[in-house]
Design a protein around this ligand. Structure first.
Ligand code: SF4
Length: 362
């Protein structure tokens, strides 16, 4: 490599030149990918999504320091499929979900929903497609307005988006409640009368009341008791089958992700470390971060010997990510090269992507 020099048998890296080389190469790849035709079979296609937040500005408003919350995230999602996004706190998974829904305007990249590039849609255009993209939040306690009855909460979006004629709204809502495991007499009750699991059922019913194609599930079961979690996950799976829904399932609970996902995206400090099918990620993880993360998932088979890989150190600040491989400060296999050269994120086997120098040596 032109930006490496060998001096006294040690390689000296020119960090600035390496960063510039990596940036130029990546920019070329991004420009090429963004010109490609959309995949008509996908409900959602995310290409090189980037989201930054300003940290420091001059008095003229020029941004001098920014936090890169999501850096170059790409994936495709079909109807009836679930993509699990995993990673530790602050890895950018929630920001990715919000940027897809344009609750945060993406800083770069493309979001293609149902064959349309919605990246630069204005609020009026978004309002028209909003009903097809819904979100279920983590906290069912704060997601529901307390002053309306369950019937009122569920009827409102149905009426606003004119899903059924006015005189059929109540029957439609009662059917939906039945599908979501809610008794019909709950119609007149208020959210505070329900437990966490029942409230999350109401939130799910509300999201599905407008017949969406895509649902972003942002840690939908982490605030619930373990016994209730299983019921909600089973309900989400049942509704997915019945309505052919595509889910983006954001969670730090890897057992839940394993159960519900078809594909998995592993994020660290805003960037994708590995992406593949559930089988790829659980049976043949390639990236050291994925291996460490998934070594913590309990195996129900007592004959399987579990070897837990412990990650040392704290997660670095996303405002100041490490140079080279951003995982190098915690990676047990890090070499000098990892501290300076950013590994290329590429496809190693069909549909299985990862970014690690160790994989280049194989
Ligand atoms: Fe670890 Fe280096 Fe691979 Fe990064 S590139 S994951 S630091 S071995």
């Amino acid at each position: 490599m032109a930006d490496e020099k060998v001096m006294d048998n040690t390689v000296v890296y020119d960090d600035e030149a390496l960063a510039a080389e990596y940036k130029a190469k990546r920019q070329m790849q991004i420009e090429e990918d963004l010109k490609k035709p959309f995949d008509p079979e996908c409900v959602l296609e995310v290409r090189h999504l980037r989201k930054t937040f300003p940290l420091k500005k001059t008095i003229t408003g020029k941004v001098t320091k920014e936090l890169v919350a999501v850096d170059d995230v790409s994936f495709k999602l079909h109807a009836g499929e679930t993509l699990g996004i995993v990673g530790e706190s602050g890895c950018g998974k929630t920001t990715t979900g919000r940027a897809i829904l344009k609750l945060h305007q993406p800083s770069a990249g493309q979001i293609i929903f149902n064959g349309q590039d919605i990246t630069n849609f204005n609020s009026k255009q978004m309002r028209e497609i909003r009903k097809e993209m819904q979100i279920i939040f983590q906290d069912p306690y704060s997601s529901l307005p307390p002053r309306d009855t369950v019937g009122g909460l569920l009827s409102e979006p149905v009426q606003v988006h004119k899903i059924v004629p006015k005189n059929q709204v109540k029957n439609y809502v009662l059917e939906l409640m039945d599908k979501c495991g809610l008794r019909d007499y709950y119609f007149e009750r208020y959210p505070h009368e329900f437990s966490g699991g029942q409230r999350q059922r109401i939130c799910i019913a509300r999201a599905l009341s407008v017949n969406p194609k895509l649902v972003i599930c942002d840690e939908p079961v982490s605030a619930l008791d373990v016994s209730i979690q299983a019921q909600i996950i089973n309900l989400l799976k049942k509704l997915q089958r019945e309505m052919n829904l595509a889910y983006v399932f954001i969670s730090h609970d890897l057992s839940v992700v394993k159960f519900i996902s078809d594909k998995i995206l592993v994020m660290y400090l805003g960037a994708v470390m590995e992406f593949g099918t559930k089988e790829d990620i659980f049976q043949n993880p390639m990236h050291p971060y994925t291996k460490a993360l998934f070594s913590a998932v309990p195996n129900p088979d007592p004959t399987v010997k579990m070897e837990r890989i412990k990650l040392e150190g704290d997660i670095p600040s996303p405002a100041n990510p490490p140079k080279g491989c951003r995982f190098h400060t915690r990676c047990p296999y890090a070499t000098e090269k990892c501290k300076h050269v950013t590994p290329e994120y590429r496809e190693h086997t069909p549909g299985h992507y990862a970014a690690c120098h160790l994989l280049e040596q194989e």
